[in-house]
Design a protein around this ligand. Structure first.
Ligand code: NAD
Length: 355
């Protein structure tokens, strides 16, 4: 199974290690170093088996190549998966991260990592004790900290660009936006939108979190049917499917969640319904710009803000290209990523990948 997965993958290489003390698999997948060192988060997760973990890592690494290329960053794509029997904490977690960090260090900077599912700045601090090739450590440890503020700002710029394309004006004052998920990104996005004059409606499985935003709430099971101009998915992926798309009552879908389309065909379904879709791997790139820009490219805050604002410009270009070529916005985004790589077609693995 490992053989089949690696044979069928178009990336550069994967480093696989069985970590005996924790009975875990450490899988570092380096999809591309064509534009620069491979960058990607460290995912700490339980899987049905090591094959499923490797499949996830390979797919996610390809998605990072596409994402960082479309953002115009001089970086390749990678991803690390720590496939654990159960998510550890305390000393056990620390020791696993240290052993993993030594492996990252041994790769000589060809792979640089940051937070992902189940890992955060505190884990990056631990990794940073054994390797320089890490970003988003806490600010107390010299890192750039939580990237969600810039993810939210990037989505905000993306929403404005989407409104301009859909309605001919990016003015938010007459617009109604549904923010689904009021966690790290969604709560910040809701504030930015309100400050710009939008009417913001929020929904979260955790009702307390939704209420804490001080805005009108809708129950999660009917959120998608909310009458609004913009639906901003900021919770979980795959909310756009054959079943949900007919129920949408919005003109634009633009939010931070990863892997919003359940299948590639859902991009066509949205287009057929006249819903403008901001490709997730473009609009949610502010977090990547934060970690990589501040720590790897020596940007200052002003440069970071400029680059985050450019997410809106990139989306405008994608929308214009999609219109001109009669393709979905997701397809146009993939074409832009391919242009920024070798000028060749974006890989099949990347097309099916998320981050
Ligand atoms: P988070 O865990 O802080 O918040 C997610 C929120 O969604 C939680 O409050 C949770 O209760 C809520 N939620 C879960 N299922 C829901 C449902 N069915 N209906 C309504 N609410 C639901 O996560 P986050 O960091 O804010 O990230 C949000 C999304 O954006 C995720 O998909 C993440 O992968 C993506 N993303 C985040 C960043 C970042 O910088 N944090 C960067 C890129 C992409």
């Amino acid at each position: 199974m490992f053989e089949d997965l690696l044979r069928g993958w178009d990336g550069e290489h994967a480093v696989t290690r069985y970590d005996r003390p924790s009975d875990s698999w450490i899988l570092v997948c380096i999809h591309s170093t064509q534009l620069g060192p491979a960058m990607g988060g460290t995912r700490l997760k339980t899987y049905a088996g090591p094959e499923q973990a490797l499949a996830d890592g390979l797919r996610l690494a390809a998605g990072m190549t596409r994402k960082l290329a479309v953002l115009g960053l001089p970086c390749g794509g990678g991803k690390a998966v720590l496939a654990v029997p159960s998510v550890p904490d305390g000393a056990e977690r620390q020791r696993l991260l240290e052993r993993y960090a030594e492996l990252v260090e041994s790769l000589g900077g060809s792979f640089v990592t940051g937070p992902d599912v189940n890992t955060g700045s505190a884990d990056m601090d631990v990794i940073g004790t054994r390797t320089r090739h890490v970003f988003c450590r806490s600010s107390a440890n010299g890192g750039s900290g939580d990237p969600s503020v810039h993810t939210a700002r990037g989505v905000f710029h993306g929403i404005r660009a989407s409104l301009a394309h859909a309605f001919g004006s990016d003015d938010l004052s007459a617009r109604r936006v549904l923010v689904q998920g009021t966690g790290s990104v969604g709560a910040k996005l809701a504030s930015l939108l309100s400050e710009a004059g939008a009417e913001v409606v929020v929904s979260d499985l955790d009702e307390g979190r939704a209420l804490a935003t001080g805005r009108q709430t809708v129950p999660p099971d009917v959120a998608l049917e909310t009458d609004c101009d913009v639906y901003a998915p900021c919770a979980l992926g795959a909310t756009l499917s054959a079943e949900t798309i007919p129920r949408l009552r919005c003109r634009v879908v633009a939010g931070a969640a990863n892997n919003q389309l359940a299948t590639a065909e859902d991009g066509d379904r949205l287009r057929e319904r006249g819903v403008l879709y901001a490709p997730d791997f473009v609009i949610n790139g502010g977090g990547a710009l934060h970690g990589i820009g501040l720590e790897h490219l020596d940007w200052d805050e002003a440069r970071l803000e400029l680059e985050v604002a450019r997410i809106g410009d990139t989306l405008t270009r994608i929308y214009e290209q999609a219109d001109a070529e009669g393709v979905t916005t997701a397809e146009a985004a993939e074409r832009l990523a391919a242009e920024r790589l070798t000028g060749g077609a974006v890989s099949a693995t990347a097309r099916n990948a998320g981050d």
